[in-house]
Design a protein around this ligand. Structure first.
Ligand SMILES: Nc1ncnc2c1ncn2[C@@H]1O[C@H](COP(=O)(O)OP(=O)(O)OP(=O)(O)O)[C@@H](O)[C@H]1O
Ligand SMILES: [Mg+2]
Length: 235
């Protein structure tokens, strides 16, 4: 009785192809799982409302955060007070400039604020802002899969993704946005332009620069920019 020839390399090629296919699918799933697990991305529970989007890059340092209780409280109070202050332009962003010399603890203050006061914010977002390009890239990346997850996330044009992110903010007023390390004049001017476009929310802006002009006062009332400025260095 005639027998089938033995499979190439000792294996049935068709079976081998199927194995490869399954193997590739498995690898893709494993990569996705690995991505989710290593990034600590919250998995939505079907019965709970989806968590507010958040990309604050550091966790709280808890009790290691010292000497800033008062300034943290002042920051909170001034943001809330500015929301309610008479004479403020309705619908404008409230911006707190956290100014100080390098290493003084500006970013940490903004991070601790974001970690300790999550309630009521529609999102807590963080922009790395050392240059105009970094601000744009950071803003565009908010549209991404594990954050705002917008339909435009795969668009090539940075401007399209930025516009989508700003549209999301407009549709979800009451966000917190940290614009961090705006330390060059170019980055400052770019951030000021961005501020003028932002829908209502709280903005924490950290910078070593102390000269800030917030653009057209008709659009952004100067009184909405109380600032925190301090120079003690954290040891
Ligand atoms: N209140 C604090 N208590 C304990 N550690 C702090 C405190 N503030 C800042 N630090 C720590 O000091 C270091 C410098 O702080 P941070 O990065 O916030 O400074 P910065 O002012 O943003 O600096 P740069 O101008 O370089 O951006 C970090 O390791 C931070 O965790
Ligand atoms: Mg910093």
């Amino acid at each position: 009785m005639a027998q089938d020839p033995p499979p190439a390399h000792g294996r049935n090629p068709q079976l081998h192809q199927k194995d490869e296919h399954v193997y590739h699918e498995f690898r893709e799933e494993a990569a996705l799982l690995n991505f989710v697990l290593t990034r600590d991305i919250p998995i939505p529970h079907p019965l709970l409302p989806p968590p507010a989007p958040e990309n604050i890059p550091f966790d709280t340092i808890g009790t290691l955060f010292t000497g800033r209780d008062e300034i943290l409280r002042a920051l909170r109070e001034s943001l809330l007070a500015a929301d309610a202050a008479p004479g403020t332009v309705p619908g404008r962003s409230v911006v707190q400039l956290i100014h100080g010399t390098g290493g003084v603890g500006k970013t940490r203050l903004a991070v601790e604020y974001a970690r300790r006061f999550p309630d009521g914010y529609t999102a807590r977002l963080f922009l790395r802002s050392s240059s105009p390009g970094a601000i744009d890239e950071s803003l565009a990346s908010l549209a991404g899969l594990f954050l705002l997850n917008l339909p435009e996330q795969d668009e090539k044009e940075t401007e399209v993704r930025i516009a989508a992110a700003i549209r999301w903010l407009a549709a979800h007023p009451g966000y917190l946005l940290v614009i961090d390390n705006v330390d060059t004049q170019e980055a400052r001017d770019h951030a000021a332009t961005l501020l003028a476009k932002l829908p209502p929310g709280h903005v924490l802006l950290t910078s070593r620069l102390h000269t800030w002009h917030f653009g057209n006062p008709q659009r952004l009332a100067a009184r909405r920019f109380p600032y925190i400025s301090y120079t003690e260095r954290v040891l």
